[in-house]
Design a protein around this ligand. Sequence first.
Ligand SMILES: [Zn+2]
Length: 266
Amino acid sequence: MLVFLYASATHAGELPIFDAHLHYSHDAWESLPAKDAIALLRKAGVKRGLVSSSNDDDTQRLLAEAPDIVIPELRPYRTRGDVSTWMRDDQVVAYLEERLRKYKYVAIGEFHLYGVDADLPVPRRVVRLAREHGLMLHAHSDAEAIERLFKQDSEARILWAHAGFERPERVREMLRKHANLWADLAFRSDHGADGKPPPEWRDAFLEFPDRFMVGTDTYIVERWYFVPEHARWSREWLAALPSDVAERIAYKNGEAVIGAAWAKQK
Ligand SMILES: [Zn+2]
């Protein structure tokens, strides 16, 4: 009995994770059925996740399997190949409009967009669609593209994928400038490489405890098997921060920003 109590207490103390950067694309579901992908999330203690896929049918498949975990976002990619061409492809807009008529989402993204390309007609249309439908944008972008997106719509709400792979000082500048900018930490390790954040990242987290989220980025199927290890590692470096900050970055920010927006959409 004592052993049992101890085990459940330990489990209850495990930090829940909101994973803000998941993909479940065509080649993933062929070798990893939705049921198994969800089992990996549950094993990792991922309570909720923001999922986008190339193409969107794959996100819908995962959502049907676990509506309690999956929060869908609409990716402007019908296939993996759209990554580098979507911003010049008018048909992407028609695809997005068709999906938006059919299903509900919390965001448009994750999309890849850099520099002046942000002002091309297709991305401009995407920003307008997000505004019309009350959706966030999830941008894998440099700081310049983020600036251009905010210039198009000063009230846009943007989740900055990978924190732009920018240095923490630059990320802080951007967060200071834009109140509606959040950053996911997916697919980078500099913020917790030695099991704790280096001083420049610690300062960023303490200045903006409400603006960061963790994410795995399962862009290839192999990354799905990394989800539990990523959650474990995240809990490790988060433990070096004050516990209220750790809880926010682990899951409360995801719930407050994405979870709340999804509750409104549904
Ligand atoms: Zn991604």
